[in-house]
Design a binder for this molecule. Structure first.
Ligand SMILES: Nc1ncnc2c1ncn2[C@@H]1O[C@H](COP(=O)(O)OP(=O)(O)OP(=O)(O)O)[C@@H](O)[C@H]1O
Ligand SMILES: [Mg+2]
Length: 372
């Protein structure tokens, strides 16, 4: 599993570079393009790039290298806003019944992961009901004493916010049930399922501090129950601030840009220059250290890829900040290295941007860091 995780993470990293370039140029082209068939074509490309990005998110989640963005959320709100998409996914054959009202307690979770959880569960339920049936989606606030289950210690003292997804489908026998969360376990025919759905659901639930249970009876149906511990107080990271300021072409600072992927580097350079910044670029840490601006500290911001051969972005930043203490740092990466996560480099910090990103998000981040 370790090796598979490494492989998935590595692919996702390179793939994110390509998606950054595709998405970046598509965005730039669409800016000045009149309506018409050509524009529609480009928009299709944009849609495909976004779907590619969501696929890499799945891969990264799987290899546990996804950058988590947990927030205090109301589960019901996230579910309600996914319902339309779920309706479309499961088709007309299956009825949906929901009971989502009334649970206002908050949990600490990454909303995009919650969406991916519900989508995976809904698709499994649909596949289990080829001749139709009903999908029930319910939330409830459950007191630890009332659950009737042997709960793990962290859930036996706090109330949990429960998500229950139930179907009236084919159910699972013991054998299937015992492999349910295994990656690549599938009973579907080749091309219909990869067997990653439930292992990703499991990973997401655990990453967000929750627990998952499954009850299933052959020919009767399946119930998936997920519990997230309720939280008190506010755990909102400082994101409102970044959402407020939307800077436009008013940069003037000098940016040292270090990125080993030539196409990504070119895209970012053009974006920065178009918005007034002066750009000095380098393809590696060593090349960056050799540029005159670094010896004279003539730059205000270092933008560096995290994962680069020889010298990584964090090591480069350390050396440069020692040399030029007033310079700011912004990391770009397709994923977070475990080691960086452990050392707390930039997680939740203003200085990290995950690839692929939109031009707007990128420029806002640059502006925020320079003005922080
Ligand atoms: N609601 C359900 N009802 C009956 N069987 C299920 C249900 N959910 C999962 N399963 C069984 O568990 C297996 C694994 O599910 P999982 O979601 O991990 O993979 P998949 O659906 O086969 O493929 P993928 O999700 O990657 O497209 C399924 O192939 C199916 O046999
Ligand atoms: Mg599935």
């Amino acid at each position: 599993m370790e090796a598979v995780g490494k492989l998935a993470g590595g692919i996702a990293h390179d793939f994110n570079n390509h998606l950054t370039v595709i998405g970046g140029y598509v965005e730039a082209v669409l800016e000045n393009m009149p309506d018409g068939p050509a524009r529609e074509g480009i928009q299709e490309i944009q849609g495909a790039a976004e779907r590619g990005a969501s696929l890499t998110r799945q891969l990264l989640a799987f290899s546990r290298k996804q950058v988590l963005a947990p927030r205090a959320i109301v589960l019901t709100d996230v579910l309600s806003s996914s319902l339309n998409m779920i309706r479309r996914l499961i088709g007309e054959n299956v009825a949906i019944e929901t009971r989502l009202e009334g649970v206002t307690s908050r949990i600490l979770a990454d909303p995009t992961q919650i969406e991916q959880i519900i989508v995976n569960l809904a698709i499994n339920a649909r596949d289990a009901m080829p001749r139709g049936g009903t999908l029930f989606i319910e939330t409830a606030r459950v007191l630890p004493t009332a659950s009737g289950r042997a709960l793990p210690p962290e859930l036996s003292t706090v109330p949990c916010v429960m998500l229950e997804v139930r179907d009236t489908g084919v159910g699972m026998d013991r054998e299937t049930l015992s492999h349910l969360f295994e990656p690549f376990f599938t009973t579907k025919e080749p091309g219909r399922g990869t067997g990653l759905g439930m292992s990703i659901v499991y990973g997401f639930v655990r990453q967000n501090g929750g627990h998952i249970f499954c009850d299933s009876v052959p020919n009767k149906g399946t119930t998936i129950t997920i519990c997230f511990p309720e939280i008190h107080g506010v755990h909102e990271p400082a994101r409102q601030k970044t959402e407020a300021a939307a800077p436009r072409a008013d940069g003037h600072e000098t940016v040292l840009l270090v990125e080993d992927d030539g196409a990504v580097r070119k895209l970012i350079r053009r974006l920065l220059q178009k918005n007034g910044y002066v750009v000095v670029e380098a393809e590696s840490g060593a090349a960056a250290l050799a540029t005159p601006v670094t010896t004279a500290c003539g730059f205000q911001l270092l933008i560096t890829d995290v994962v680069m051969p020889e010298m990584n972005g964090a090591d480069l930043a350390r050396i440069l900040i020692e040399r030029c203490p007033t310079a700011k740092v912004m990391y770009l990466s397709g994923y977070m290295e475990d080691e960086m996560l452990r050392n707390g480099v930039a997680t939740g910090d203003a200085g990290f941007l995950q690839k692929p990103f939109t031009a707007e998000l990128f420029l806002r981040k640059v502006y925020d860091i320079l003005h922080s």
